[in-house]
Design a protein around this ligand. Structure first.
Ligand code: SAM
Length: 260
C-alpha cells in the first residue's frame, strides 16, 4: 500500500512498528469495546486495533483510501468505514447506534484540524469512554499546560474542564511517511464523570475563555469587555486586573456562571 499521501488531508502515515505497538498497547482494546478510529489512512493502527477488538468503526474523509483498507481488513475482523468529515459526525448518535453508552476514540489525527476535532470531541464527551490521539507535540503541551505557563490557553482550559489529560510519549518525525516538520506526541484523554463536570452553559464558557485569551497581554476586564464588567469579575472573587493566563480552569467556570 503506497498511495501518494495527500497534504491537503494532513496525511502522514505511521510506519514504525514500535510506535504502532506502543499506541495499541496504551489503548489495550477489549473484545466488548466499541472503538472508533478517526482517519484510518492506510490502516497502520486500524489493523492491529481490529485484530484485538474484533470489530471497529473508522471515519475517513479520503475516498481513495477506503477500498484498499476495506479489502485488507476483511481477513482480520469486522471493519465499518464511514466516509465522512469527522467534524460532521454526531459521536453521541454513533455510540447509541453501536449500542454502548460510550465509545473509545483513537486516531493519528490530521494536524490541520486537530484543535477543531478536540473541541468536537469535548462536545460529545458524555458519549466517550476515552481517547488516544497522536497530535503535534506542541498541541499536547498546550492541552496539558498549567496556569502561569507560556503555552497555557484556550485549549488547556477547555480540555481540562472536560477531561483528564495524560500525555503518554513523544514520536519523532521519522516514524511517518512523509515525515511531518514537527515532533508528535500521543495523549490519553479521559472525560470526567458527570458529577465532576461543570454545569455551565458551554457556549457562554467558550465565549469567555476565547475572549480572555484573545489578547494575552490585556487585563481580564479589558479582554472581557462586552461580556462581563469589572464589578462582576470582582464579585466572582477574581481580580479584574489579572491576566487570563493566571486563572485556573475552575475560575473560568465561575466567570461563566455570573449573571450578566
Ligand atoms: N491513521 C493513519 C496512520 O496512522 O498512518 C493515518 C493518519 S494521517 C495523519 C490522518 C488521516 O486522517 C488521513 O487518513 C486523512 O485522510 C484523514 N482525514 C483528514 N481529514 C479528515 C477529516 N476531516 N475527517 C476524517 N478523516 C480525515
Amino acid at each position: 500500500m503506497n498511495a501518494r499521501p495527500k497534504k491537503s488531508f494532513g496525511q502522514h502515515f505511521l510506519h514504525e512498528k514500535r510506535y504502532i505497538e506502543r499506541i495499541v498497547g496504551a489503548i489495550a482494546p477489549q473484545a466488548d469495546d466499541r472503538v472508533v478510529e478517526i482517519g484510518p489512512g492506510e490502516g497502520a493502527l486500524t489493523l492491529p486495533l481490529l485484530a484485538a477488538a474484533g470489530r471497529l468503526t473508522a471515519i475517513e474523509l479520503d475516498t481513495d483510501l477506503i477500498p484498499a483498507l476495506q479489502a485488507r481488513a476483511s481477513a482480520v475482523g469486522t471493519l465499518e468505514i464511514i466516509h465522512a468529515d469527522v467534524l460532521k459526525v454526531d459521536l453521541t448518535a454513533m455510540a447509541r447506534r453501536l449500542g454502548v453508552p460510550r465509545v473509545r476514540l483513537a486516531g493519528n489525527l490530521p494536524y490541520y484540524i486537530s484543535s477543531p476535532i478536540l473541541f468536537h470531541c469535548v462536545e460529545h464527551a458524555g458519549a466517550i469512554g476515552d481517547m488516544h490521539f497522536m497530535l503535534q507535540k506542541e498541541v499536547v503541551d498546550r492541552m496539558a499546560a498549567e496556569p502561569g505557563s507560556k503555552v497555557y490557553g484556550r485549549l488547556s482550559v477547555m480540555l481540562q474542564l472536560a477531561c483528564r489529560v495524560e500525555p503518554l510519549f513523544t514520536v519523532p518525525p521519522g516514524a511517518f511517511r512523509p515525515p511531518p516538520k514537527v515532533d508528535s506526541a500521543v495523549v490519553r484523554l479521559v472525560p470526567l464523570a458527570a458529577h465532576e463536570r461543570h454545569g455551565t452553559d458551554p457556549q457562554r464558557l467558550h465565549a469567555i475563555v476565547k475572549a480572555a485569551f484573545a489578547q494575552r497581554r490585556k487585563t481580564l476586564a479589558n479582554g472581557l469587555k462586552g461580556l462581563l464588567d469589572a464589578d462582576a469579575i470582582a464579585r466572582a472573587g477574581i481580580d479584574p486586573k489579572a491576566r487570563a493566563e493566571t486563572l485556573a480552569p475552575g475560575d473560568f467556570v465561575r466567570l461563566a456562571t455570573l449573571e450578566h
